[in-house]
Ligand binder design. Sequence first.
Ligand code: RTP
Ligand code: MG
Length: 143
Amino acid sequence: MAIERTFSIIKPDAVAKNVIGEIVSRFEKNGLRVVASKMQQLSQEQAEGFYAEHKERGFFKDLVSFMTSGPVIVQVLEGENAVLKNRELMGATNPKEAAPGTIRADFAVSIDENAVHGSDAPESAAREIAYFFSADELCDRIR
Ligand code: RTP
Ligand code: MG
């Protein structure tokens, strides 16, 4: 399996809970490496653009409002099978359905405030990374 990159957000609820380090530690302990990272307050336009695929859904307005309610950590993670690995570590979208030991099971309270985002495919990862990071903010592969 080739080395792959994925895009991650530590959402406002997890930042407010002061568990950034605990979440990053799970990435690191499971073979994912942080290759870009920044804290950012998303604007309404940024959040709407990021979640554009959901704009017709009933939860869109609440989702945008939540994602702009406080600062987030946006990150690029690198490792073998990084997209799938990150989704496994995150657990199901609804924390009530998330497997024990996953990030959402341990840190999320509801489907609306569910601690983390992770790209769902290599194609969305590339698009999402480019949405938040310029080329000079991305480190080359770290050995
Ligand atoms: P994400 O994109 O944030 O990593 O989450 P996901 O792939 O597991 O879920 P997705 O279907 O892409 O939905 C994006 C985010 O919208 C919120 N959501 N709310 N109330 C609802 O029924 C509902 N469904 C989705 C969640 O915060 C979800 O993470
Ligand atoms: Mg998604």
